[in-house]
Design a binder for this molecule. Structure first.
Ligand code: ADP
Ligand code: MG
Length: 332
């Protein structure tokens, strides 16, 4: 199949909100009067970010989801995106599945595919998203203040648990693995929560490489430190209840140690949740934003003036931070 037939067949749906979409040398976009563009790029490389055999529709979903997560972290409303695709060969059924997964999530967020590039090469998917935000309303990493509460949306660690189970098969009950795998392969970008937090949160970042690492970026940008209650954080692992019980009909006790569970929550990565801060008097507004966006949020600690990250356990005892976040260029 010719490159241009491929684009016409799989990536040329109408984009009525763009001034000009796929087909010319450039797409043309007009921000609403007075709005700023929020722009972000994220790339997925086969073998590095996803397994070779992963279902194409889930890959299409995830490629866009990780980008929408960046818009969510800025409190931006998705508008459009471009797609740069390197493929080792043309596989029509793969392209069909991929484009369906991609468009399904795009439609959910009213985000239009307006252009891209297609080439032969090792499978790589790079998306650039364009969102809108009023000047002064973007959520940044740099606004956290001492005394602010630290919140996390949704759940943490289940994606990492699934990755572990897929890498070195353990006797994980199928229902448990399937739920965790859903978190790894089909993350839900927290766009509605990001929008609802615009005038409420003092700082935000999305969790892609692990909670402590990404929170560390926020702390550095804000020139503050944090105290994290690990006993509250570990309950964010959705699989935790199932791991504590025998309810799946198979013994799962001890399948993942407490230490493993904690490391998945604190440093697992691939969560695509938001971690954000807000002053204590904003708590009712935070909870209202969570309710309005249908996204649970949990307070797991607070910001302090002294730099650094302090972990404490259920007894209030300080714990060493032995949880390293994901780093693509970490020495082997
Ligand atoms: P050029 O040679 O000017 O870069 P291309 O031949 O690469 O243009 O692309 C032709 C048109 O198809 C352009 O509008 C481009 O944005 C669009 N396009 C190419 N690849 C994709 C893709 N994977 N998804 C969406 N649009 C694409
Ligand atoms: Mg091109």
């Amino acid at each position: 199949m010719h490159e241009f037939d491929l684009i016409a067949r799989f990536f040329s749906r109408p984009s009525p909100r763009a001034v000009l979409g796929v087909g010319d040398d450039c797409a043309l976009l007009a921000p609403k009067p007075g709005m700023l563009w929020a722009v972000s790029t994220d790339m997925l490389v086969q073998g590095e970010h996803f397994f070779p055999g992963v279902a194409p529709d889930t890959l299409g979903h995830k490629a866009l989801a990780v980008n929408l997560s960046d818009l969510a972290a800025c409190g931006a409303q998705p508008v459009a995106f471009t797609l740069a695709l390197a493929l080792p060969q043309v596989d029509e059924s793969w392209l069909q599945g991929f484009s369906e997964g991609l468009y399904a999530l795009a439609d959910e967020h009213g985000c239009e595919l307006v252009g891209g590039d297609t080439t032969r090469g090792p499978m790589t998917i790079s998306i650039t998203v364009f969102g809108q935000v009023p000047p002064g309303h973007a959520l940044l990493r740099s606004g956290a203040k001492p005394g602010d509460d630290i919140y996390v949306s949704g759940n943490l660690g289940d994606a990492r648990l699934a990755l572990q189970a897929l890498r070195e098969p353990r006797a994980v009950p199928p229902a448990l693995l399937q739920r965790a795998r859903q978190r790894l392969e089909m993350p839900s970008p927290r766009v509605a929560l990001g929008l609802a937090l615009r005038t409420i949160a003092s700082a935000a970042i999305d969790v892609s490489d692990g909670l402590l690492g990404d929170l560390g970026h926020l702390l550095q940008a804000s020139r503050v430190g944090a105290i994290i209650q690990t006993n509250l954080a570990i309950d964010l692992l959705a699989s935790r209840d199932a791991l504590k019980s025998e309810s799946e009909g198979e013994s799962v006790k001890g399948l993942f140690s407490h230490e493993e569970q904690l490391s998945y929550v604190l440093a697992g990565g691939d969560d695509y949740e938001l971690v954000f801060t807000a002053p204590p008097n904003a708590r009712p507004a935070v909870l209202a934003a969570a309710a309005q966006s249908g996204t649970p949020v949990t307070c797991i600690g607070h910001i302090c003036a002294a730099p650094g990250l302090q972990l404490i356990d259920a007894q209030g005892q300080s714990m060493p931070n032995r949880f390293a976040s994901f780093n693509h260029f970490a020495p082997a």
